[in-house]
Design a protein around this ligand. Structure first.
Ligand code: SF4
Length: 304
């Protein structure tokens, strides 16, 4: 393992590469990454970094977004088949059809979507900025929210805006139930419950705080509580425990909270992709140009 890590470091230096990793990636990948974060933070980093090579340890839509935002850079996804069950629930043809049914609606698309779907959208959002993105749209304007109905429902509740919701959901977050939260609260009385907004509305309603993965760090840092129940993909426990070794974090339930796509990339994959400069993500220019507009509109929305 040490030898492999040294080789990655050497290749990274030779290629002037930077390694970005999502909070759900395995611990050994997070540990070699230069930046670990959520979709919003990593999108911003990808657009601002000077490095000519970005190794994206996440799933395909994230690497696509990085390639779209930084077209002059080479973006490597160490395993090409890292997909997203939520992103797969919307395709460009179906979105065009839906748009035709709601021609006046602004299409707000969660970044957990393909480049082709982003290209059919007016503005993107992440779980960290979806509320602000929707608030940036003039009152009275129809809004079509794609593809996560749970995040959409949360945004509706926060903004008071009625939206047309695409019928998609993350297969990991959507299986967390209100009963799971109740069981966890009984097991860990006194612990605060932090819920990702991709969870069902009845789970979100039981939360002490609803946060993107990036927002979870801020909430914990600003809280006096020592113990937390975390309702999101299990990988999130690692960076939270690393950042706050004095606090206790429990998964909302044992088992079933693992996104296999987020666990595919190994250190060997990172090493091989850097060595051979392979698995370079490309998005065709017409699609990339349209998707970039939607992403850049999102990045222009104030974070708070
Ligand atoms: Fe997609 Fe859900 Fe996996 Fe995130 S956790 S990558 S939304 S399937």
């Amino acid at each position: 393992m040490d030898k492999l890590i040294r080789k990655i470091e050497q290749l990274k230096s030779e290629r002037q590469a930077v390694i970005l990793a999502h909070n759900y990636e395995p611990p050994e990948i997070q540990d070699i990454a230069d930046i670990v974060g959520d979709s919003l933070g990593l999108s911003i980093d990808a657009s601002k970094l000077d490095n000519p090579v970005i190794v994206f340890c996440g799933v395909s839509f994230m690497a696509e977004s990085a390639a779209i935002l930084a077209p002059e850079k080479q973006v490597l996804l160490p395993r090409l088949n890292c997909g997203c069950g939520l992103a797969d629930m919307a395709d460009a043809a179906a979105l065009r059809k839906m748009r035709a049914q709601h021609p006046d609606a602004v299409v707000v698309t969660y970044v957990n979507s393909s480049a082709a779907v982003k290209a059919e959208s007016d503005i993107c959002c992440t779980s960290g900025n979806a509320v602000n993105v929707v608030r940036s749209i003039p009152e009275g304007q129809d809004i079509l929210f794609v593809p996560d109905r749970n995040l959409g429902a949360y945004v509706q509740q926060q903004t008071g805006r009625k939206m047309i919701l695409w019928d998609g959901a993350c297969p990991i977050h959507d299986v967390i139930s209100a009963a799971d939260v109740t069981t966890a609260r009984v097991a860990y009385p006194g612990a605060l419950v932090i819920v990702h907004p991709e969870c069902k509305p009845e789970v979100v309603a039981m939360a002490d705080s609803v946060c993107s993965t990036g927002g979870m760090f801020d909430f914990v840092a600003g809280s006096d509580s020592k113990e937390f129940i975390i309702a999101t993909e299990e990988g999130m426990l690692y960076p939270l425990r690393k950042a706050h070794p004095d606090r206790i974090f429990h998964p909302v339930k044992e088992g079933g909270m693992i996104c296999l796509d987020m666990k595919m990339i190994s250190l060997a994959d990172v090493c091989i992709s850097l060595e051979k400069m392979e698995n370079i993500i490309t998005v065709n220019k017409p699609t990339a140009d349209k998707a970039r507009q939607a992403l850049e509109r999102m990045l222009a929305v104030p974070r708070n």
